[in-house]
Design a protein around this ligand. Structure first.
Ligand SMILES: C[S@@+](CC[C@H](N)C(=O)[O-])C[C@H]1O[C@@H](n2cnc3c(N)ncnc32)[C@H](O)[C@@H]1O
Length: 241
């Protein structure tokens, strides 16, 4: 993954770290459901790596599920990690500023990640293909996420410039080559005016790269139609075959 792309994502999350929790009600519901999914499929894992821990919402939950494991929670956003450190009391958790791409996964027995791996973009499938761990729990927003926002952007005559979400079938096909998989789809939504939704995209877990004309951006920013902000999240428990 290009260094400047990762840097850009890290900068965005550094900027939003302080207000992330008050805006991340969708991510918080996803973390709640995901931790139940993990509990249902819980097994003993000695060394766990959490990828993209952000402000630690899931980290604090998994530290209570895997009480006998050592957990390393990593993220590229320093400011998010600073907030996470204050939230997580259990001494079995260490934090690290590191990219998912550079991490040495052979140091771990299992990995966990919620609402973060889609940021790897076109590198996601290669990342999953080369993953060398025995167990993995993933919550990944997939293809039908933010459909109404995308459709509204097109209705307004602008380009759909929102981060592309991966396809369920591609993820399952790649992981299925190495792992036995249990999967569930979790859907979550809220409603908002289009102009507010666009301004808050990063806080919902995606970005628009503004390749639109000034006139089109203006149309989007003035649009007060209420739309759904909806996520379709693929939850996976993977056990090495
Ligand atoms: C939407 S937040 C999710 C945070 C947390 N897991 C949650 O559910 O609230 C996505 C996080 O992924 C992190 N992230 C994005 N790309 C990353 C990468 N290549 N390596 C590690 N973390 C990354 C971001 O910095 C951000 O904190």
């Amino acid at each position: 993954m290009r260094h400047d792309v990762t840097k850009n994502i890290a900068n965005k999350f550094d900027k939003y770290a302080i207000s992330y929790d008050e805006n991340a009600y969708l991510q918080s519901q996803i973390a709640d459901y995901f931790s139940l999914f993990i509990q249902k499929n819980c097994i003993n894992i000695d060394k766990i790596c959490e990828i993209g821990c952000g402000t630690g919402n899931l980290t604090q939950k998994i530290s209570k599920i895997f009480t006998n494991s050592s957990i390393t929670a990593l993220d590229i956003s320093k400011n998010s990690i600073e907030i996470a450190k204050k939230k997580v009391e259990n001494s079995n958790v260490k934090f690290k500023i590191e990219s998912a791409i550079n991490c040495k996964y052979t140091d771990y027995d299992g990995i966990i990640s919620s609402m973060s791996l889609h940021w790897l973009g076109e590198n996601l499938l290669e990342f999953l293909k080369t993953l060398e761990v025995n167990y993995a729990y993933f919550a990944i927003p997939v293809e039908n996420s933010l459909m109404q926002v995308k459709n509204r952007i097109l209705e307004l005559g602008a380009l759909d410039t929102i981060t592309k979400f991966p396809k369920n079938a591609d993820i399952i096909e790649v992981l299925g080559q190495k792992f036995n998989i249990k999967s569930e789809i979790f859907r979550v939504k809220t409603q908002m005016q289009m102009n507010k939704a666009i301004k808050n995209l990063a806080k919902f877990g995606t970005l628009s790269n503004n390749r639109n004309s000034i006139a089109n951006i203006k149309k989007i920013l003035e649009d007060n139609k209420i739309i759904d902000i909806d996520y379709e999240v693929l939850m996976l428990f993977c056990e090495r075959k």
